[in-house]
Ligand binder design. Structure first.
Ligand code: C5P
Length: 220
């Protein structure tokens, strides 16, 4: 029956922002609310999957019936994923991972002095891109939040990060995307591109998981 289409499957879901500390008082983050990822975790669990939700800081209530791991930085999120990835069948990477982190963490609060100061950043590991080497049979779903050339950039990420599917959303639209309860998604896999009208993030999550189910049945 439909309810149990993911029975016996282990699905990892990441959600929310990462935060990268600058000093004990300040950090770099982004506008991700975590709503899309939490909806995916709930929908996957309702389809019978064994779900681990790895989440950056959000204001959301932890969904029932999922294993929950709280993380802060991109490196912490990566470490949590590494612990679970060998036993997982799929990962849906909806977290907005910071591309860069401060090169050094200042243990004392940076004092106000010069008119201009420079904060040096270093690239974070690309988590999704590195997963193919760690578990080649893992079904990998990425997100591409873009403000322009959304579908083109998403297709490039699908190839470059060796994904099975990517969900593109245009974050320049204020009625959808970050913080909103709605999203306007385009699903891109290696065969086709399907654009959907704006809808709730729960409905988006149902559609995304419908596309993940056939990919998972191939991994048996
Ligand atoms: O390259 P970009 O950040 O736009 O790619 C977005 C996708 O890659 C998302 O699924 C995001 O969770 C993932 N990502 C990642 N590690 C990073 C940056 C992004 O896994 N360092």
């Amino acid at each position: 029956c439909k309810k149990q289409q993911l029975k016996g499957k282990k699905v990892l879901v990441t959600a929310g922002p990462t935060i990268e500390p600058i000093d004990p008082f300040r950090y770099i983050t982004n506008h991700s609310s975590g709503k899309m990822g939490y909806a995916i975790a709930e929908v996957a669990a309702s389809l019978g999957a064994n779900v681990t939700l790895i989440s950056g800081p959000t204001n959301l209530k932890k969904p029932d019936s999922v294993e929950f791991v709280q993380t802060l930085t991109a490196v912490e999120m990566f470490d949590a994923i590494k612990e679970h990835v060998d036993s997982s069948d799929a990962i849906v990477m909806s977290a907005a991972v910071s591309d860069y982190a401060p090169k050094t963490y200042k243990t004392n609060k940076i004092k106000k002095k010069d008119d201009n100061i420079t904060l040096e950043l270093k690239k974070n590991p690309d988590i999704l891109k590195s997963l193919d080497k760690i578990n080649p049979r893992l079904v990998k779903v990425g997100f591409a939040a873009e403000t322009n050339h959304t579908n083109q950039y998403a297709k490039e990420k699908l190839e470059n990060k060796k994904l099975d599917l990517i969900v593109a959303n245009d974050i320049s639209n204020s009625n959808s995307g970050f913080k909103s309860d709605n999203n306007k998604i385009t699903i891109i896999n290696h065969q086709k591109t399907i654009s959907y009208d704006i809808m709730s993030k729960v409905e988006c999550a149902e559609i995304i998981m419908e596309h993940v189910i056939p990919l998972l049945s191939k991994t048996n």
